[in-house]
Write a protein that binds this ligand. Sequence first.
Ligand code: DGL
Length: 273
Amino acid sequence: MDKRAIGVFDSGLGGLTAVRRLHALMPQENIIYFGDTARVPYGVKSVATIEHFTQQIADFLLQQQVKVLIIACNTMAAVASQVVKEKAGAIPVLDVIDAGARAAVVESRSRAIGVIGTPTTVNSNAYARRMHGLDSGVRVYSQACPLFVPLVEEGWLEHEVTRLTAQEYLKPVLAENVDTLVLGCTHYPLLRPIIQNVMGKGVKLIDSGAECARDISVLLNYFEINRSREVEDKTEEYYTTASVLGFKEIAEQWLGEEVAVQHVDLDKELEND
Ligand code: DGL
């Protein structure tokens, strides 16, 4: 029994889709979530900038004595997972790309797999590299969908504009006859109905955040660092770099429960150590 929290972080609110799965699988675990809402989106930023921001967040969460770190943001996982692992030392680090890549390779029968993500994630080729590490014979077709993040943040989950945008982005993916498509961005599971509709029922969609949550539950059990279901003093902390109110409103809507949110200024916080 290990009471320390699971540290989850993302460039903004999107990583809450992974937290939702953690709640379903491991309701007893304490969670510290960090969303860098003041600096989102990361998906269009340079690798050096993303690495710098990611290190700051990892430092902050490691200071809170978390027992495991989850990189819920595909963009950070694509270009900065190594720097997090170096900082974390003995603390295990899991990320959505490892989890999503593994699930896709296991799931695909035709071995033709599609990946959609932010421009940085797609340009990094991280999904394809990790899939080829597992099965050198898979064919991976990647497509950047930069407009999906702002459409989700606008709340246009079922809007006609979103449907047309999805049709446009997914046209070349459809032409590749993939049987499995990785939703390689935190925001995309919220567009699942539209994406499934465009791709057709025969294509299996992989939610990397959900796969990562499953991996965490296996890891905690394996190392026996899970928290007993009997204990009741569960705590959750949510940190944002921007407005507490804005974060709280969306987080409560997505998670279906009340959350306590605190503002943090990373530059000041880390300077004081
Ligand atoms: N969290 C990012 C991801 O999963 C999407 C939002 C952003 O661009 O920062 O790639």
